[in-house]
Write a protein that binds this ligand. Structure first.
Ligand code: USQ
Length: 381
């Protein structure tokens, strides 16, 4: 298929691009290096440096013989984006081109504005480019489980039937996020749903939980193909952070009581889910929503697992509760449904000790790249 991957330089975008190219799809990647420049400006660069997107694509070709097309530019620039749609005529567009960090979105006014305008405008532009150039193109949008928040009822897969005063109808599941970043994802979903109803678009919204891991079959082909791996408070996700903290001898930073429960997934499963969505597209006029997680853990459970494996590997691992910089429930009910992707054929890579050992191994090799001052800077909500 002709797959356009927006945000193809990022933590998930690059491994997705490689996986799809490896399988023989025609891949076109676009990125404006926003993540790289924010990390540089804020002194939170990743654990190891990765070649820029143009070099990565050259290396990819050198190793696999496969070509990818690329443009460096901003999806918020409509003319730039629509030219790519015209040239490439994608059958699928995978939209990762968003500012992905909750703490970054809460840093200051400028960060809030950048998050809001980047995330909503990129989504709007994709919708319009599809409508104008390739109306049959399937939009796969990365959403987030954080859109639902932590309600005191079971979380359905995107939709809920409500009976009210004797009548029934189907609605988007109630959403109530706990950061501006997560709120922009709700707004994305609303935009997509409006245009699906209005213009008969075909859209899959993947409500993803925090992703962990740094290896996929393709990143393992060559060290230079590694993905962007943040461990700092702004751009690092919790499991990745805990592994780095354990290797650095930095107490694992459990925020508050540590009862915050989320659905997690291995980076390999992110790619598998996006691929399943691509191969089984939504219908025209359908906003299809999947909860993209494979298992749930509390922060305390994660810290306990990382500690156990870390001790096994000879690290001294302490767990420390720090005052929670975020406003979120620290003890709550959490029971999300996540059967849709399994029904499409997902075979989850769960968080076994072996998987954690694999992550430790790679992080240990790069231990010299850990800078403790990047781990915790107290971005408060
Ligand atoms: N947490 C800690 N200690 C830390 C870091 C985080 O206790 O050092 C806690 C947080 O308070 C939160 C949980 O761990 O309760 C998850 O935090 P996270 O930073 O791993 O994830 P989050 O900020 O929610 O965002 C990440 C990705 C985002 C994605 C989201 C999925 O950055 O792009 O959308 O996970 S979800 O959380 O399901 O909304």
């Amino acid at each position: 298929m002709r797959v356009l991957i927006l945000g193809g330089d990022g933590y998930l975008g690059w491994p997705t691009a490689m996986a799809f190219s490896y399988k023989g799809h025609q891949v076109f990647v676009v990125d404006n290096y926003l993540r790289r420049s924010l990390c540089r400006d804020l002194d939170v660069e990743p654990l190891f440096s990765t070649p820029n997107l143009l070099s990565r694509i050259r290396i990819w070709k050198e190793i696999t013989g496969k070509e990818m097309q690329v443009e460096i530019g901003d999806c918020c620039e409509y003319r730039f984006l629509i030219d790519i749609f015209r040239k490439f005529q994608p059958e699928v567009v995978v939209h990762y081109a968003e500012q992905p960090s909750a703490p970054y979105s809460m840093l200051n006014y400028e960060a809030a504005r950048l998050t809001l305008s980047n995330n909503l405008l990129s989504t709007l532009n994709i919708i319009w480019a599809v409508r104008e150039i390739v109306p049959e193109c399937h939009i796969i949008k990365l959403g987030t489980m954080g859109e639902y928040g932590t309600p005191d009822i079971d979380i359905e897969e995107g939709w809920i039937e409500i009976e009210h005063k004797g009548r029934r109808d189907r609605f988007l599941f109630p959403r109530q996020a706990s950061s501006l970043y997560h709120t922009t994802k709700i707004q994305d979903t609303d935009l997509l749903w409006f245009y699906v109803r209005t213009w008969n678009l075909r859209v899959t919204d993947l409500m993803q939980g925090p992703v962990y891991g740094l290896s996929t079959p393709e990143t393992e082909l060559d060290e230079r193909l590694s993905t962007f791996f943040n461990y700092d408070e702004l751009f690092g996700t919790v499991v990745n952070r805990f592994i780095v903290q354990a290797v650095a001898g930095y107490p694992l930073t459990v925020y508050g009581k540590g009862g915050q429960t989320r659905g997690y997934l291995n980076i390999r499963d992110t790619i598998a889910c996006v691929e399943l969505a691509m191969l089984n597209p939504a219908e025209f006029g359908e906003l299809r929503i999947f909860n993209q997680i494979t298992e749930t853990f509390s922060v305390n459970e994660l810290a306990g697992r990382v500690r156990r494996v870390g001790l096994d590997r000879g690290h001294e691992v302490e767990i420390r509760s720090v005052e929670n910089p975020r406003i979120e429930l620290e003890e709550h009910y959490y029971n999300p449904a996540y059967t849709g992707l399994k029904e499409l054929g997902l075979k989850p890579h769960l968080m076994t000790d072996e998987v954690l050992h694999g992550m430790f191994e790679k992080v240990e090799r790069h231990a010299a790249g850990i800078h403790k001052h990047k781990i915790f800077r107290r971005v408060k909500w």
